[in-house]
Ligand binder design. Structure first.
Ligand code: TXE
Length: 481
């Protein structure tokens, strides 16, 4: 079986303990690789390698750093098909989605930050004729980058690219559930001739490798994307060490459809916002609120489309909904469908195993997309992040109702609003407590804009120059005139 090692100081190394974990294909339930089950000793080795690489990397001219990252972007693009296939096999997502979103976005992440550093500017504050204050932005050292399993290559590169473009070295810890594309990326890092130690990858579990990285005294900065509970643990470990921390956590995002919306567009947009990547995207709109006048019509059209989604083999280009990440996660999501019934909801479609799965997919973690109605806004199914293909649809009577319902959870990551009334769109967008509000669209990302969550959805903003700010420290130089 294929073995996945750590990538430390430009070399692939066995974990110090000699232990490996199984990596499972979610579509079949079968092991496809063994991955390094790293611990503190491996993290120490990776941080040492990154610390040794940092002084010369930070002095490497921006144009040269940029050139190396552009070369890496080209290599990701040259290996597009292989990476898309690996991503689909490792996390159960439809290959069409990996081709449309994950791999192109990884290429864009590298190109975006490789070019952004060529245009960086700094501020100068003249203090009358007495002094000039200018801001020097400097890299911090070794960046600790912890990423999840739902968009493995996309989110890993969203952290690596700005961190190293800004002149830091890094230790990345991908999710233990999806190690394969990070491993392939490490091979491409070597092929791109990025100096050894600038980008290191430590594979393994959160409680061992992840915690060791978060608490390592040689790592002044942690960028984390994952579950809200894990984020709290990361903060608790990093806080007393005064690390710079960015947390991108879960969501329970509202998707609000007003009666004056283009209903066809709202329905068409609500399908991917509910079920893309099996609902395993933190930005998915898992709570749909529809103005009562069009509720019945929306629901009918939405149900019709949901029932027609092609659920099955992730490697089939026609598949629209693949397998959930693990058996444990499938049980958790299915548990919420049962809970919805107990809480007084009605499951109008989905929630079962697709009937016509091929023989080799029978051990996979598939779930038909489910639509639930009739729940109260305060119940657990409408409050807790499910992170699967389960969506609630609820009517509302006024913009105030919709805003109150949208804001009535502990989360605040993103929202969608569907309306033709421009003034209403602006008013509602301003009132919703979330880091992003999309109007008449979903998941339309511009890499220049700040990205992150309010409330329990996270701390800090990344995106564009804000990412470069996060991965550097501002120093004020005051020149007495
Ligand atoms: O994520 P974890 P899990 C949500 C979603 C999901 C839940 C749990 O609701 O059901 O989180 O998912 C590493 N110290 N999201 O358990 O555990 C871990 O190895 C340091 C939303 O898979 O948060 C992995 O690399 N690191 C989310 C990463 O953290 C730790 C995407 C994320 O894993 C650690 C994924 C620790 N104590 C899940 N424990 C989003 N915002 O997109 C784990 N890790």
């Amino acid at each position: 079986m294929k073995r996945v090692f750590n990538f430390i100081g430009g070399e692939f190394r066995s974990p110090c303990s000699g232990k490996f974990l199984e990596d499972v294909n979610p579509a079949t339930g079968e092991a496809i690789a063994e991955i390094a089950d790293s611990d503190r000793a491996d993290v120490d080795a990776a941080v040492s390698a990154a610390s040794r690489a940092f002084p010369s990397w930070r002095r490497t001219p921006a144009e040269q750093r940029s050139g190396l990252l552009m070369r890496l972007a080209d290599l990701v693009e040259e290996n597009f098909d292989e990476l898309a296939s690996l991503e689909s096999e490792d996390c159960g997502k439809p290959i069409a989605l990996a081709r449309r979103i994950d791999v192109p976005r990884a290429v864009r992440n590298f190109r975006f930050f490789a070019t952004a550093i060529l245009h960086a500017e700094t501020k100068c504050h003249p203090l009358d004729d007495r002094a000039l204050n200018y801001t020097l932005r400097q890299p911090l050292g070794v960046a600790g980058l912890i990423s999840p399993w739902n968009l493995p290559l996309y989110l890993l590169t969203w952290k690596i690219a700005p961190a190293v473009a800004a002149g830091n070295s890094c230790v990345a810890k991908p999710s233990e559930l999806t190690p394969l594309t990070a491993n392939r990326l490490a091979e491409l890092v070597r092929e791109a001739e990025i100096p050894p130690g600038v980008i290191n990858v430590v594979q393994g579990r959160g409680p061992s490798a992840g915690r060791a990285l978060t608490s390592h005294p040689g790592v002044p900065l942690i960028s984390f994307t994952g579950g809200t509970r894990t984020g709290a643990d990361v903060m608790a470990l990093a806080g007393p060490l005064f690390k710079k921390v960015s947390l991108e956590l879960g969501g329970k995002n509202p998707n609000i459809v007003f009666a004056d919306a283009d209903l066809e567009e709202a329905v068409a947009g609500s399908i991917p916002s509910s079920f893309a990547n099996q609902g395993e995207i933190c930005l998915c709109g898992s709570r749909i609120f529809v103005e009562r006048a069009v509720y019945a019509e929306f629901l009918e059209r939405f149900l019709d489309r949901t029932k027609r989604l092609a659920v099955g083999d992730p490697q089939d280009p026609a598949t629209e909904v693949g397998a959930l990440i693990s058996g444990e996660h499938l049980r958790k999501v299915s548990g919420y469908i049962e809970l919805a019934k107990h809480e007084g909801g009605e499951v109008l479609c989905g929630g079962g195993t697709p009937a016509d799965l091929a023989e080799r997919l029978r051990g996979g973690y598939f779930l038909e997309p489910a639509v639930v109605v009739g729940l109260d806004a305060g119940c657990r199914v409408m409050q807790e992040e499910i992170f699967g293909p389960v969506v609630t649809v609820t009517p509302f009577d006024s913009p105030e109702d919709a805003i109150a319902a949208a804001n009535g959870t502990r989360y605040g990551l993103s929202a969608s609003v569907w309306t033709r009334d421009l003034a209403k769109a602006h008013r509602v967008a301003a009132a919703i407590e979330s880091g992003t509000v999309w109007v008449n669209t979903w998941l339309l990302r511009d890499l220049r804009v700040p990205f992150g969550g309010m409330k329990d959805s996270g701390v800090g903003r990344e995106g564009g120059f804000e990412s470069l700010d996060f991965f550097t420290e501002a120093k004020n130089v005051c020149i007495n005139l």
